[in-house]
Write a protein that binds this ligand. Structure first.
Ligand SMILES: Cc1cc2nc3c(=O)[nH]c(=O)nc-3n(C[C@H](O)[C@H](O)[C@H](O)COP(=O)(O)OP(=O)(O)OC[C@H]3O[C@@H](n4cnc5c(N)ncnc54)[C@H](O)[C@@H]3O)c2cc1C
Length: 405
């Protein structure tokens, strides 16, 4: 009988254990928390967007770090297989906007329950409140795992300890230390899917969410991102879906060269917007410029736009010059948001960086350095945009590591 120790009872660890067990193989899952899947409980605002019902190509295009490494993984465990796995284990699913897949019950806890039940059926030995301290290797091969309670001799180990984001859920970077002690290179962890702190203070706009705006990002002179969607002003700067995507794209770059522009009216060309403003001004003759913009903008935003355009709030429509119009159009179509830094990694939705995939076999998730050492999930230098792609990475790498361990 072969014994596999799985370190970590998150999404990657639980699915690894399901596929490592059975057929005469013993699987022991060690989790330091008092319960399984602590991070899963908070995913998708408690509803868990567990995968994305998309094609293999679409999946790869949503992976930010090392998409090519996942080319064979997505063939053996595409999103459809994640759905089949959960449905055949009794979890009813539903697909929402953007192909996001959720449990029909809207309860993230049902995802953990399904994985826990599948582990029980396969006879996985689940050990809670036990912390792995060390992996011992001999002659280029895994030999045993030391925990705070005992030593477990084993044939293989799967490290599924996650990244360093939301450490209160248990992901505190232990896997990086285990991997490094086995000779693996660690790509420095960075915040991904994170809010952005800004040079300007947007406190007066805190909580204001904007829909259908365009964010464009320049690295030097090159545009690296331009999309329409939603964003949010916060006490520290900006966040929301578009900003989370931007953070994942810029976290590896020199942020001093990055410029971020907001187009508040992406559906209108500059000429169309000018005509629209002039029409509103004509309808509200004699009023202040401030009041003439209420149909165009959320009222909380008008002050910030006029300030950026250096137009006195008390100015009347009659005094509005063509120079003012020029400045107003720039403020509306090219509102620069200056980046100070990303929010701390502990607050990021995912950790980019981690165990370098250069030393991992993409077909098996086994280390190229140590026989019997496998990796799955966020501990690896893999991360993706929002939409269920990060959990899909955890499930697909977990399935592959489990079946090969
Ligand atoms: C707020 C939030 C919302 C999210 N929403 C979504 C979403 O809707 N869809 C999506 O696709 N992704 C989402 N993500 C990302 C996704 O949750 C993670 O990428 C995924 O859960 C990572 O799974 P994992 O198993 O690799 O790591 P983790 O879930 O972090 O699990 C690692 C486990 O290892 C355990 N562990 C660590 N060290 C040790 C040790 N030494 N000994 C024993 N056990 C140890 C930890 O306690 C933990 O339980 C979200 C993340 C956050 C923070």
């Amino acid at each position: 009988m072969r014994t596999t120790v799985i370190i970590g009872g998150g999404a990657a660890g639980m699915i690894s254990a399901v596929f490592a067990a059975g057929k005469g193989n013993k699987a022991i899952l060690i989790e330091k928390n008092e319960k399984l899947g602590k991070k899963i409980y908070i995913t998708g605002k408690g509803r868990c967007n567990l995968t994305n019902d998309c094609t293999e190509e679409e999946f790869i295009s949503n992976v930010v770090s090392n998409p090519k490494f996942l080319l064979s993984a997505v063939k053996s465990f595409p999103p459809q297989k994640t759905c089949d796995f959960f449905e055949s284990n009794g979890l009813k699913l539903k697909t929402e906007r953007g192909n996001r897949v959720f449990p029909f019950s809207d309860k993230a806890s049902d995802v953990t329950k399904t994985l826990a039940d599948a582990m029980r059926e396969r006879g996985v030995d689940v050990c809670l409140e036990e912390t792995v301290k060390k992996i011992v290797c001999r002659d280029g091969k895994v030999s045993c795992v030391m925990t705070d309670k005992r030593e477990i001799c084993c044939d293989s180990v799967i490290i599924c300890t996650g990244g360093v984001s939301y450490p209160s859920t248990g992901s505190t970077g232990d896997g990086y230390l285990f991997a490094a002690s086995c000779g693996h290179a660690i790509v420095p962890p960075r915040a991904a899917l994170s809010g952005i702190e800004t040079v300007e203070n947007y406190k007066e706009l805190q909580g204001l969410s904007l829909k259908n705006v365009r964010i464009s990002v320049l690295d030097g002179k090159k545009e690296i991102f331009s999309e329409i969607g939603e964003m949010l002003f916060t006490h520290y700067g900006v966040s929301g879906p578009l900003i989370l995507s931007v953070s994942s794209l810029i976290n590896r770059r020199d942020q001093r060269n990055i410029r971020l522009f907001l187009d508040l009216k992406p559906g209108l060309s500059e000429d169309q917007l000018r005509n629209r403003i002039l029409r509103d001004f004509a309808e509200l003759k004699g009023k202040k410029v401030y009041h003439s913009l209420v149909k165009l903008l959320p009222s909380r935003l008008i002050g910030a736009i006029l300030k950026r355009a250096e137009i006195d709030e008390k100015k009347r429509n009659a005094e509005f010059s063509s120079e003012d119009m020029k400045k107003l159009l720039t403020a509306l179509k090219k509102f620069e948001i200056r980046i100070r830094k990303l929010r701390p990694i502990e607050e990021a939705v995912v950790t980019a960086g981690g165990v370098s995939v250069k030393e991992i076999n993409p077909k098996t998730m086994e280390s190229k350095l140590i026989n019997g050492l496998f990796f799955a999930g966020e501990v690896l230098d893999l991360d993706a945009f929002t939409g269920g792609f990060n959990l899909q990475i955890a499930f697909m790498t977990g399935y592959i590591a489990g079946t090969n361990a």
